[in-house]
Design a protein. Structure first.
Length: 118
């Protein structure tokens, strides 16, 4: 799955670049959307975010492309890789600026782990 967003002033830190917490929020949100599409009707929650790597700073006006792929499925959880590419408005070149892996677990109405559909 792919998703896009644009960096606006409200996303910037006090140095004038994308705030890392905003990137983490978007990564979690977009990966959850991908997981929910893969497992419709399942209640999924984030249990881990691994190997978080901020590679380059991101300027206001940049367009981000989030590439999200399921890389592993267990009995109750699934792991997704997220790679984020940035493109300046006046450029056609993209740079990978961020990557991580996120794991979701399926829970029942009581908050207990339960099996994912096969």
């Amino acid at each position: 799955m792919e998703n896009h967003t644009i960096i606006r002033p409200e996303h910037l830190n006090h140095y004038g670049y994308l705030f890392g917490g905003v990137m983490l929020k978007w990564s979690d949100e977009f990966a959850w959307i991908a997981a929910s599409s893969d497992y419709p009707g399942c209640s999924l929650v984030t249990i881990a975010m691994d190997n978080v790597e901020f590679r380059k700073r991101i300027s206001n006006g940049s367009i981000l492309r989030f590439k999200i792929d399921r890389i592993k499925q267990g009995r109750t959880s699934a792991q997704y890789s997220i790679e984020v590419f940035a493109k300046e408005q006046d450029s056609s070149d993209e740079d990978m600026v961020f990557s991580t892996k996120i794991t979701f677990v399926r829970i029942d109405e009581n908050g207990n782990k339960c099996l994912l559909p096969v």
